[in-house]
Design a protein around this ligand. Structure first.
Ligand code: GLN
Length: 501
Protein backbone atom coordinates (compact mmCIF):
# COMPACT_ATOMS: atom_id res chain seq x y z
CA UNK A 1 0.00 0.00 0.00
CA UNK A 2 2.97 2.33 0.35
CA UNK A 3 2.70 3.32 -3.31
CA UNK A 4 -0.81 4.58 -2.59
CA UNK A 5 0.62 7.16 -0.23
CA UNK A 6 3.07 8.46 -2.81
CA UNK A 7 2.31 11.69 -4.58
CA UNK A 8 0.00 11.24 -7.54
CA UNK A 9 -0.69 13.77 -10.29
CA UNK A 10 -3.65 16.07 -9.64
CA UNK A 11 -5.23 14.70 -12.81
CA UNK A 12 -5.90 11.45 -10.96
CA UNK A 13 -8.21 13.28 -8.59
CA UNK A 14 -9.99 14.96 -11.48
CA UNK A 15 -10.64 11.51 -12.94
CA UNK A 16 -11.58 10.23 -9.47
CA UNK A 17 -14.25 12.91 -9.03
CA UNK A 18 -15.56 12.54 -12.57
CA UNK A 19 -15.92 8.79 -12.20
CA UNK A 20 -17.37 9.10 -8.71
CA UNK A 21 -20.26 11.27 -9.89
CA UNK A 22 -20.88 9.06 -12.90
CA UNK A 23 -21.02 5.88 -10.78
CA UNK A 24 -23.30 7.74 -8.37
CA UNK A 25 -25.59 8.27 -11.35
CA UNK A 26 -25.33 4.70 -12.63
CA UNK A 27 -25.69 2.83 -9.34
CA UNK A 28 -28.20 5.31 -7.92
CA UNK A 29 -30.48 4.71 -10.89
CA UNK A 30 -29.87 0.97 -10.81
CA UNK A 31 -30.74 0.83 -7.12
CA UNK A 32 -34.34 1.79 -7.79
CA UNK A 33 -34.74 0.47 -11.35
CA UNK A 34 -36.50 -2.85 -10.69
CA UNK A 35 -38.46 -1.39 -7.77
CA UNK A 36 -39.70 1.40 -10.00
CA UNK A 37 -40.71 -1.11 -12.67
CA UNK A 38 -42.54 -3.44 -10.31
CA UNK A 39 -44.15 -0.90 -8.02
CA UNK A 40 -44.84 2.10 -10.22
CA UNK A 41 -44.97 0.62 -13.72
CA UNK A 42 -46.79 -2.59 -12.68
CA UNK A 43 -44.24 -4.93 -14.30
CA UNK A 44 -44.05 -8.43 -12.89
CA UNK A 45 -40.68 -9.45 -11.48
CA UNK A 46 -39.99 -11.63 -14.47
CA UNK A 47 -40.27 -8.75 -16.93
CA UNK A 48 -38.43 -6.34 -14.65
CA UNK A 49 -35.57 -8.86 -14.47
CA UNK A 50 -35.43 -9.10 -18.26
CA UNK A 51 -35.29 -5.31 -18.56
CA UNK A 52 -32.48 -5.26 -16.02
CA UNK A 53 -30.46 -7.86 -17.96
CA UNK A 54 -30.92 -6.20 -21.34
CA UNK A 55 -30.10 -2.77 -19.96
CA UNK A 56 -27.01 -3.72 -17.99
CA UNK A 57 -25.87 -6.11 -20.73
CA UNK A 58 -25.98 -3.40 -23.37
CA UNK A 59 -24.27 -0.97 -20.96
CA UNK A 60 -21.15 -3.16 -21.25
CA UNK A 61 -21.41 -3.52 -25.00
CA UNK A 62 -21.44 0.10 -26.19
CA UNK A 63 -17.97 0.80 -24.69
CA UNK A 64 -16.58 -1.21 -27.61
CA UNK A 65 -17.86 1.44 -29.98
CA UNK A 66 -17.05 4.36 -27.68
CA UNK A 67 -13.46 3.19 -27.21
CA UNK A 68 -13.01 2.74 -30.94
CA UNK A 69 -14.37 6.16 -31.88
CA UNK A 70 -12.34 7.89 -29.18
CA UNK A 71 -9.09 6.25 -30.31
CA UNK A 72 -9.59 7.22 -33.92
CA UNK A 73 -11.70 10.36 -34.03
CA UNK A 74 -12.63 12.18 -30.85
CA UNK A 75 -10.01 11.46 -28.21
CA UNK A 76 -10.89 10.46 -24.64
CA UNK A 77 -11.62 13.92 -23.25
CA UNK A 78 -14.21 14.93 -25.79
CA UNK A 79 -15.84 11.50 -25.65
CA UNK A 80 -16.23 11.68 -21.88
CA UNK A 81 -18.04 15.01 -22.01
CA UNK A 82 -20.23 13.96 -24.92
CA UNK A 83 -21.09 10.59 -23.37
CA UNK A 84 -21.68 12.15 -19.96
CA UNK A 85 -24.15 14.65 -21.37
CA UNK A 86 -26.06 11.90 -23.18
CA UNK A 87 -26.29 9.95 -19.92
CA UNK A 88 -27.54 13.03 -18.08
CA UNK A 89 -30.19 13.48 -20.78
CA UNK A 90 -31.14 9.82 -20.22
CA UNK A 91 -31.70 10.44 -16.52
CA UNK A 92 -33.78 13.55 -17.19
CA UNK A 93 -35.93 11.61 -19.66
CA UNK A 94 -36.37 8.95 -16.96
CA UNK A 95 -37.34 11.72 -14.57
CA UNK A 96 -40.27 12.56 -16.86
CA UNK A 97 -41.04 8.86 -17.21
CA UNK A 98 -41.22 8.69 -13.41
CA UNK A 99 -43.41 11.76 -13.34
CA UNK A 100 -45.93 10.29 -15.78
CA UNK A 101 -45.63 6.74 -14.47
CA UNK A 102 -49.39 6.20 -14.30
CA UNK A 103 -49.85 7.05 -17.96
CA UNK A 104 -48.33 4.01 -19.66
CA UNK A 105 -48.75 5.38 -23.19
CA UNK A 106 -46.44 8.24 -22.27
CA UNK A 107 -44.24 6.59 -19.64
CA UNK A 108 -43.19 3.54 -21.69
CA UNK A 109 -41.66 5.40 -24.65
CA UNK A 110 -39.95 7.75 -22.20
CA UNK A 111 -38.60 4.75 -20.32
CA UNK A 112 -36.99 3.12 -23.34
CA UNK A 113 -35.67 6.48 -24.51
CA UNK A 114 -34.07 7.09 -21.13
CA UNK A 115 -32.48 3.64 -21.04
CA UNK A 116 -31.23 3.99 -24.62
CA UNK A 117 -29.56 7.32 -23.83
CA UNK A 118 -27.93 5.88 -20.70
CA UNK A 119 -26.56 2.98 -22.74
CA UNK A 120 -25.31 5.14 -25.61
CA UNK A 121 -23.72 7.71 -23.28
CA UNK A 122 -22.04 5.17 -21.07
CA UNK A 123 -20.33 3.70 -24.14
CA UNK A 124 -18.39 6.93 -24.55
CA UNK A 125 -17.82 7.60 -20.91
CA UNK A 126 -16.67 4.39 -19.26
CA UNK A 127 -13.84 3.09 -21.49
CA UNK A 128 -12.36 6.53 -21.94
CA UNK A 129 -12.23 7.57 -18.34
CA UNK A 130 -10.55 4.30 -17.36
CA UNK A 131 -7.91 4.47 -20.05
CA UNK A 132 -6.94 8.03 -19.09
CA UNK A 133 -5.83 6.92 -15.61
CA UNK A 134 -2.84 5.06 -17.01
CA UNK A 135 -1.98 7.85 -19.45
CA UNK A 136 -1.21 10.26 -16.58
CA UNK A 137 1.96 8.28 -15.83
CA UNK A 138 5.12 7.28 -17.64
CA UNK A 139 4.90 3.83 -19.18
CA UNK A 140 5.85 1.21 -16.61
CA UNK A 141 5.62 3.65 -13.66
CA UNK A 142 5.15 1.57 -10.53
CA UNK A 143 2.53 4.02 -9.27
CA UNK A 144 0.04 3.00 -11.98
CA UNK A 145 -1.34 0.05 -9.98
CA UNK A 146 -1.89 2.29 -6.97
CA UNK A 147 -3.52 4.86 -9.25
CA UNK A 148 -6.06 2.28 -10.38
CA UNK A 149 -6.67 1.31 -6.75
CA UNK A 150 -7.40 4.94 -5.88
CA UNK A 151 -9.61 5.24 -8.96
CA UNK A 152 -11.47 2.09 -7.86
CA UNK A 153 -12.17 3.88 -4.59
CA UNK A 154 -13.70 6.70 -6.61
CA UNK A 155 -15.93 4.21 -8.41
CA UNK A 156 -17.10 2.80 -5.13
CA UNK A 157 -17.52 6.10 -3.32
CA UNK A 158 -20.01 6.91 -6.05
CA UNK A 159 -21.42 3.38 -5.89
CA UNK A 160 -22.00 3.77 -2.15
CA UNK A 161 -23.51 7.26 -2.23
CA UNK A 162 -25.73 6.84 -5.31
CA UNK A 163 -28.10 4.17 -3.95
CA UNK A 164 -28.36 5.94 -0.58
CA UNK A 165 -29.15 9.38 -1.96
CA UNK A 166 -31.33 8.16 -4.83
CA UNK A 167 -32.97 5.60 -2.54
CA UNK A 168 -33.64 8.20 0.12
CA UNK A 169 -35.46 10.55 -2.26
CA UNK A 170 -36.90 7.97 -4.65
CA UNK A 171 -37.62 4.76 -2.76
CA UNK A 172 -40.03 6.18 -0.23
CA UNK A 173 -43.03 3.89 -0.60
CA UNK A 174 -44.75 6.52 -2.70
CA UNK A 175 -44.65 5.65 -6.42
CA UNK A 176 -44.63 9.29 -7.42
CA UNK A 177 -41.25 9.75 -5.73
CA UNK A 178 -39.16 7.43 -7.90
CA UNK A 179 -38.63 10.32 -10.28
CA UNK A 180 -36.50 12.12 -7.69
CA UNK A 181 -33.99 9.29 -7.86
CA UNK A 182 -33.64 9.78 -11.60
CA UNK A 183 -33.32 13.51 -11.09
CA UNK A 184 -30.60 13.02 -8.48
CA UNK A 185 -28.78 10.73 -10.90
CA UNK A 186 -29.04 13.32 -13.66
CA UNK A 187 -27.67 16.07 -11.42
CA UNK A 188 -24.77 13.83 -10.37
CA UNK A 189 -24.01 13.18 -14.02
CA UNK A 190 -23.96 16.91 -14.73
CA UNK A 191 -21.53 17.37 -11.84
CA UNK A 192 -19.34 14.72 -13.43
CA UNK A 193 -19.35 16.52 -16.77
CA UNK A 194 -18.77 19.87 -15.06
CA UNK A 195 -15.72 18.48 -13.27
CA UNK A 196 -14.30 17.50 -16.64
CA UNK A 197 -15.08 20.80 -18.27
CA UNK A 198 -13.47 22.81 -15.49
CA UNK A 199 -10.32 20.78 -14.90
CA UNK A 200 -9.63 18.74 -18.02
CA UNK A 201 -7.46 21.29 -19.73
CA UNK A 202 -5.27 22.13 -16.78
CA UNK A 203 -4.78 18.78 -15.10
CA UNK A 204 -5.21 15.99 -17.64
CA UNK A 205 -1.60 15.97 -18.74
CA UNK A 206 1.06 13.27 -18.91
CA UNK A 207 4.22 13.05 -16.79
CA UNK A 208 5.91 15.61 -19.06
CA UNK A 209 3.04 18.06 -18.91
CA UNK A 210 1.73 17.33 -22.42
CA UNK A 211 -2.06 17.08 -22.77
CA UNK A 212 -3.55 13.59 -22.87
CA UNK A 213 -6.81 12.27 -24.26
CA UNK A 214 -6.86 14.49 -27.35
CA UNK A 215 -7.97 13.23 -30.74
CA UNK A 216 -5.13 11.79 -32.87
CA UNK A 217 -3.50 14.47 -35.02
CA UNK A 218 -4.62 12.84 -38.26
CA UNK A 219 -8.27 12.45 -37.20
CA UNK A 220 -10.72 14.01 -39.67
CA UNK A 221 -11.70 17.43 -38.30
CA UNK A 222 -15.23 17.35 -39.65
CA UNK A 223 -16.25 14.53 -37.32
CA UNK A 224 -15.08 16.63 -34.37
CA UNK A 225 -17.37 19.56 -35.08
CA UNK A 226 -20.00 19.91 -32.38
CA UNK A 227 -23.07 19.69 -34.66
CA UNK A 228 -21.68 16.57 -36.34
CA UNK A 229 -20.94 14.98 -32.95
CA UNK A 230 -24.41 15.84 -31.68
CA UNK A 231 -25.96 14.39 -34.84
CA UNK A 232 -23.95 11.20 -34.49
CA UNK A 233 -24.82 10.76 -30.83
CA UNK A 234 -28.45 11.46 -31.58
CA UNK A 235 -28.52 8.73 -34.22
CA UNK A 236 -26.64 6.35 -31.96
CA UNK A 237 -29.09 7.00 -29.14
CA UNK A 238 -31.96 6.17 -31.49
CA UNK A 239 -30.21 2.92 -32.39
CA UNK A 240 -29.62 1.96 -28.75
CA UNK A 241 -33.23 2.83 -27.85
CA UNK A 242 -34.27 0.40 -30.59
CA UNK A 243 -31.70 -2.18 -29.47
CA UNK A 244 -32.86 -2.23 -25.86
CA UNK A 245 -36.52 -2.19 -26.90
CA UNK A 246 -36.10 -5.07 -29.36
CA UNK A 247 -34.18 -7.25 -26.90
CA UNK A 248 -36.85 -6.75 -24.25
CA UNK A 249 -40.04 -6.69 -26.25
CA UNK A 250 -39.46 -8.33 -29.62
CA UNK A 251 -36.73 -10.93 -29.74
CA UNK A 252 -33.97 -11.58 -27.26
CA UNK A 253 -31.01 -11.37 -29.63
CA UNK A 254 -28.35 -10.05 -27.24
CA UNK A 255 -26.90 -13.43 -26.25
CA UNK A 256 -26.43 -14.40 -29.88
CA UNK A 257 -24.87 -11.07 -30.75
CA UNK A 258 -22.39 -11.42 -27.90
CA UNK A 259 -21.48 -15.00 -28.74
CA UNK A 260 -20.93 -13.98 -32.37
CA UNK A 261 -18.68 -11.11 -31.23
CA UNK A 262 -16.55 -13.45 -29.13
CA UNK A 263 -16.24 -16.10 -31.83
CA UNK A 264 -15.35 -13.51 -34.42
CA UNK A 265 -12.64 -12.00 -32.25
CA UNK A 266 -11.30 -15.47 -31.41
CA UNK A 267 -11.14 -16.27 -35.11
CA UNK A 268 -9.36 -13.01 -35.96
CA UNK A 269 -6.72 -13.53 -33.28
CA UNK A 270 -6.12 -17.26 -33.58
CA UNK A 271 -5.87 -17.14 -37.35
CA UNK A 272 -3.32 -14.34 -37.25
CA UNK A 273 -0.05 -15.62 -38.67
CA UNK A 274 2.14 -13.01 -36.96
CA UNK A 275 1.48 -14.44 -33.48
CA UNK A 276 3.59 -17.34 -32.28
CA UNK A 277 2.31 -20.32 -30.33
CA UNK A 278 3.28 -18.93 -26.93
CA UNK A 279 1.43 -15.69 -27.61
CA UNK A 280 -1.61 -17.67 -28.70
CA UNK A 281 -1.50 -19.71 -25.52
CA UNK A 282 -1.53 -16.49 -23.52
CA UNK A 283 -4.52 -15.32 -25.48
CA UNK A 284 -6.17 -18.66 -24.71
CA UNK A 285 -5.64 -17.93 -20.99
CA UNK A 286 -7.45 -14.61 -21.43
CA UNK A 287 -10.39 -16.29 -23.15
CA UNK A 288 -10.55 -18.91 -20.39
CA UNK A 289 -10.50 -16.28 -17.68
CA UNK A 290 -13.20 -14.28 -19.48
CA UNK A 291 -15.33 -17.40 -19.61
CA UNK A 292 -15.08 -17.95 -15.87
CA UNK A 293 -15.86 -14.36 -14.94
CA UNK A 294 -19.25 -14.82 -16.60
CA UNK A 295 -20.21 -17.16 -13.76
CA UNK A 296 -19.00 -14.62 -11.24
CA UNK A 297 -20.75 -11.50 -12.51
CA UNK A 298 -23.99 -13.23 -13.48
CA UNK A 299 -24.44 -14.30 -9.85
CA UNK A 300 -22.91 -11.16 -8.34
CA UNK A 301 -25.08 -8.76 -10.34
CA UNK A 302 -28.25 -10.24 -8.87
CA UNK A 303 -27.72 -7.25 -6.58
CA UNK A 304 -29.70 -4.96 -8.83
CA UNK A 305 -32.51 -7.44 -9.48
CA UNK A 306 -33.48 -10.56 -7.49
CA UNK A 307 -31.54 -9.51 -4.40
CA UNK A 308 -33.38 -6.20 -4.44
CA UNK A 309 -36.70 -8.07 -4.65
CA UNK A 310 -35.47 -10.06 -1.67
CA UNK A 311 -34.52 -6.90 0.23
CA UNK A 312 -37.87 -5.38 -0.57
CA UNK A 313 -40.11 -8.34 0.26
CA UNK A 314 -38.30 -10.77 2.50
CA UNK A 315 -36.01 -8.67 4.64
CA UNK A 316 -36.98 -7.10 7.94
CA UNK A 317 -35.97 -3.49 7.35
CA UNK A 318 -37.79 -1.73 10.13
CA UNK A 319 -35.32 -0.37 12.67
CA UNK A 320 -38.07 1.13 14.81
CA UNK A 321 -37.11 4.71 14.09
CA UNK A 322 -36.46 4.23 10.36
CA UNK A 323 -37.44 1.75 7.69
CA UNK A 324 -34.34 1.11 5.59
CA UNK A 325 -35.31 1.41 1.91
CA UNK A 326 -34.64 -1.80 -0.08
CA UNK A 327 -32.51 0.20 -2.53
CA UNK A 328 -30.00 1.06 0.23
CA UNK A 329 -28.75 -2.53 0.22
CA UNK A 330 -27.22 -1.94 -3.20
CA UNK A 331 -24.70 0.40 -1.66
CA UNK A 332 -23.33 -2.33 0.64
CA UNK A 333 -21.02 -3.80 -1.97
CA UNK A 334 -19.35 -0.44 -2.57
CA UNK A 335 -19.16 0.36 1.15
CA UNK A 336 -17.43 -2.98 1.70
CA UNK A 337 -15.04 -2.39 -1.21
CA UNK A 338 -13.89 0.88 0.32
CA UNK A 339 -13.51 -0.62 3.79
CA UNK A 340 -12.16 -4.08 2.94
CA UNK A 341 -9.83 -3.36 0.00
CA UNK A 342 -6.92 -2.33 2.25
CA UNK A 343 -7.30 -5.58 4.18
CA UNK A 344 -7.19 -7.70 1.05
CA UNK A 345 -4.21 -5.73 -0.28
CA UNK A 346 -2.45 -6.29 3.05
CA UNK A 347 -3.07 -10.06 2.85
CA UNK A 348 -1.56 -10.26 -0.64
CA UNK A 349 1.46 -8.25 0.47
CA UNK A 350 1.99 -10.49 3.51
CA UNK A 351 1.67 -13.63 1.39
CA UNK A 352 3.90 -12.08 -1.26
CA UNK A 353 6.64 -11.47 1.31
CA UNK A 354 6.46 -15.12 2.32
CA UNK A 355 6.61 -16.01 -1.38
CA UNK A 356 3.17 -17.55 -1.13
CA UNK A 357 1.00 -15.09 -3.02
CA UNK A 358 -1.45 -17.15 -5.11
CA UNK A 359 -1.40 -16.93 -8.91
CA UNK A 360 -4.02 -14.79 -10.65
CA UNK A 361 -6.19 -17.74 -11.79
CA UNK A 362 -6.06 -19.14 -8.25
CA UNK A 363 -7.21 -15.80 -6.83
CA UNK A 364 -10.06 -15.75 -9.32
CA UNK A 365 -11.10 -19.23 -8.26
CA UNK A 366 -11.06 -17.96 -4.68
CA UNK A 367 -13.30 -15.09 -5.75
CA UNK A 368 -15.82 -17.53 -7.18
CA UNK A 369 -15.68 -19.64 -4.03
CA UNK A 370 -16.34 -16.61 -1.82
CA UNK A 371 -19.29 -15.76 -4.01
CA UNK A 372 -20.65 -19.29 -3.56
CA UNK A 373 -20.12 -19.02 0.21
CA UNK A 374 -22.02 -15.73 0.28
CA UNK A 375 -24.98 -17.44 -1.36
CA UNK A 376 -24.63 -20.40 0.99
CA UNK A 377 -24.85 -17.97 3.90
CA UNK A 378 -28.08 -16.39 2.67
CA UNK A 379 -29.50 -19.79 1.62
CA UNK A 380 -28.99 -20.89 5.22
CA UNK A 381 -30.77 -17.78 6.44
CA UNK A 382 -33.91 -18.54 4.46
CA UNK A 383 -33.90 -22.30 4.92
CA UNK A 384 -37.26 -23.49 6.19
CA UNK A 385 -38.60 -19.95 6.42
CA UNK A 386 -42.21 -19.82 5.24
CA UNK A 387 -43.31 -17.69 2.28
CA UNK A 388 -43.95 -14.09 3.22
CA UNK A 389 -41.85 -14.23 6.40
CA UNK A 390 -39.16 -11.56 6.63
CA UNK A 391 -35.67 -12.51 7.75
CA UNK A 392 -33.04 -10.40 9.47
CA UNK A 393 -30.97 -8.07 7.30
CA UNK A 394 -27.86 -9.71 8.66
CA UNK A 395 -28.27 -12.34 5.91
CA UNK A 396 -28.08 -9.82 3.11
CA UNK A 397 -25.35 -7.81 4.79
CA UNK A 398 -23.18 -10.87 5.43
CA UNK A 399 -23.72 -12.09 1.89
CA UNK A 400 -22.70 -8.75 0.39
CA UNK A 401 -19.60 -8.77 2.53
CA UNK A 402 -18.56 -12.19 1.23
CA UNK A 403 -19.40 -11.19 -2.31
CA UNK A 404 -17.19 -8.15 -1.93
CA UNK A 405 -14.28 -10.22 -0.69
CA UNK A 406 -14.85 -12.30 -3.82
CA UNK A 407 -14.88 -9.22 -6.03
CA UNK A 408 -11.65 -7.99 -4.48
CA UNK A 409 -9.96 -11.31 -5.30
CA UNK A 410 -11.23 -11.46 -8.85
CA UNK A 411 -11.97 -8.08 -10.34
CA UNK A 412 -8.68 -6.14 -10.15
CA UNK A 413 -6.80 -9.20 -11.36
CA UNK A 414 -8.82 -9.61 -14.51
CA UNK A 415 -7.90 -6.26 -15.94
CA UNK A 416 -4.24 -6.40 -15.08
CA UNK A 417 -4.01 -9.87 -16.60
CA UNK A 418 -5.19 -8.40 -19.87
CA UNK A 419 -2.55 -5.70 -19.65
CA UNK A 420 0.15 -8.27 -19.03
CA UNK A 421 -0.76 -11.06 -21.43
CA UNK A 422 -2.37 -9.43 -24.45
CA UNK A 423 -0.12 -9.10 -27.52
CA UNK A 424 0.16 -5.34 -28.24
CA UNK A 425 -1.38 -5.80 -31.65
CA UNK A 426 -4.59 -7.16 -30.16
CA UNK A 427 -4.72 -5.26 -26.87
CA UNK A 428 -7.93 -3.39 -27.70
CA UNK A 429 -9.62 -6.39 -29.28
CA UNK A 430 -8.91 -8.49 -26.20
CA UNK A 431 -10.21 -5.70 -23.99
CA UNK A 432 -13.36 -6.03 -26.07
CA UNK A 433 -13.52 -9.71 -25.09
CA UNK A 434 -13.43 -8.68 -21.43
CA UNK A 435 -16.27 -6.19 -21.92
CA UNK A 436 -18.26 -8.69 -23.97
CA UNK A 437 -17.92 -11.27 -21.18
CA UNK A 438 -19.22 -8.65 -18.74
CA UNK A 439 -22.11 -7.84 -21.08
CA UNK A 440 -22.95 -11.53 -21.38
CA UNK A 441 -22.83 -11.94 -17.61
CA UNK A 442 -25.13 -9.00 -16.99
CA UNK A 443 -27.64 -10.19 -19.53
CA UNK A 444 -27.47 -13.63 -17.94
CA UNK A 445 -27.99 -12.03 -14.53
CA UNK A 446 -31.34 -10.77 -15.80
CA UNK A 447 -32.27 -14.28 -16.94
CA UNK A 448 -31.21 -15.81 -13.62
CA UNK A 449 -33.21 -13.20 -11.76
CA UNK A 450 -36.35 -14.46 -13.55
CA UNK A 451 -35.86 -17.69 -11.58
CA UNK A 452 -36.75 -15.79 -8.40
CA UNK A 453 -39.73 -17.66 -6.93
CA UNK A 454 -42.22 -14.79 -7.10
CA UNK A 455 -45.35 -15.54 -5.07
CA UNK A 456 -44.29 -19.15 -4.61
CA UNK A 457 -44.22 -19.90 -8.35
CA UNK A 458 -42.00 -22.76 -9.50
CA UNK A 459 -39.19 -21.97 -11.90
CA UNK A 460 -36.45 -24.12 -13.37
CA UNK A 461 -33.15 -23.80 -15.17
CA UNK A 462 -31.40 -26.65 -16.98
CA UNK A 463 -33.42 -29.20 -15.03
CA UNK A 464 -32.87 -27.55 -11.63
CA UNK A 465 -36.25 -26.83 -10.00
CA UNK A 466 -36.75 -23.79 -7.79
CA UNK A 467 -39.79 -23.62 -5.54
CA UNK A 468 -38.53 -21.47 -2.70
CA UNK A 469 -35.87 -18.93 -1.80
CA UNK A 470 -33.52 -21.52 -0.37
CA UNK A 471 -33.43 -23.38 -3.67
CA UNK A 472 -33.02 -20.12 -5.54
CA UNK A 473 -29.92 -19.13 -3.58
CA UNK A 474 -28.56 -22.70 -3.72
CA UNK A 475 -28.64 -22.44 -7.52
CA UNK A 476 -25.90 -19.81 -7.29
CA UNK A 477 -24.01 -21.85 -4.70
CA UNK A 478 -23.82 -24.74 -7.16
CA UNK A 479 -23.04 -22.64 -10.18
CA UNK A 480 -20.30 -20.51 -8.62
CA UNK A 481 -19.01 -23.42 -6.53
CA UNK A 482 -18.59 -25.74 -9.52
CA UNK A 483 -17.01 -22.98 -11.63
CA UNK A 484 -14.65 -22.27 -8.77
CA UNK A 485 -13.55 -25.88 -8.36
CA UNK A 486 -12.90 -26.25 -12.09
CA UNK A 487 -10.87 -23.05 -12.08
CA UNK A 488 -8.88 -24.20 -9.03
CA UNK A 489 -8.05 -27.40 -10.93
CA UNK A 490 -7.07 -25.45 -14.04
CA UNK A 491 -5.13 -22.75 -12.21
CA UNK A 492 -1.77 -24.52 -12.24
CA UNK A 493 -1.99 -25.19 -15.94
CA UNK A 494 -3.08 -21.61 -16.63
CA UNK A 495 -0.24 -20.24 -14.55
CA UNK A 496 2.20 -22.36 -16.56
CA UNK A 497 0.83 -21.00 -19.84
CA UNK A 498 1.01 -17.44 -18.53
CA UNK A 499 4.64 -17.75 -17.58
CA UNK A 500 5.93 -19.40 -20.77
CA UNK A 501 8.62 -17.32 -22.43
N1 GLN B 1 -18.25 -2.05 -9.68
C1 GLN B 1 -17.30 -1.82 -10.68
C2 GLN B 1 -17.70 -0.71 -11.61
O1 GLN B 1 -18.81 -0.28 -11.62
C3 GLN B 1 -16.93 -3.09 -11.46
C4 GLN B 1 -18.10 -3.74 -12.13
C5 GLN B 1 -17.65 -4.78 -13.18
O2 GLN B 1 -16.50 -4.89 -13.56
N2 GLN B 1 -18.57 -5.56 -13.68
O3 GLN B 1 -16.95 -0.22 -12.39
Amino acid sequence: MSAVAEKHPKGLYVLFATEMWERFNYYGMRAILVLFLVKAMAFNQNDASQVYGSYTGLIYLTPLLGGYIADRYWGNKRSIIAGGLVMAIGEFVLFFCGHFYDNAALAMPLFYTGLGCMIAGNGFFKPNISSMVGQLYKKGDSKIDAAYTIFYMGINTGGALGPIVCGFFGDTGNNGDFKWAFLAGGIAMLLSVLTQMLFQKKYLVDADGAPIGDAPADAPKLFQKVPVMVGFLFLLSLVTIALVYIDIKVVSYLFWLLITCILLIAFIIFSDKSLDLIQKKKVAVLFTVSFFVIFFWSAFEQAGASLTFFASENTQRDLGFFVVPASFFQSLNSIFVVTLAPLVAWVWIKLGKANREPSSPFKMAMGLMLLALGYLWIATGVNGVGAGIKVSMIWLIGMYMMHTFGELCLSPIGLSLFNKLAPVKFASLLMAVWFTANAFANKLAGVFSTLYPENGKTTSFAGYQITNLHEFFMFFVFMAGIASIILFLLSKKLKGLMEQQ
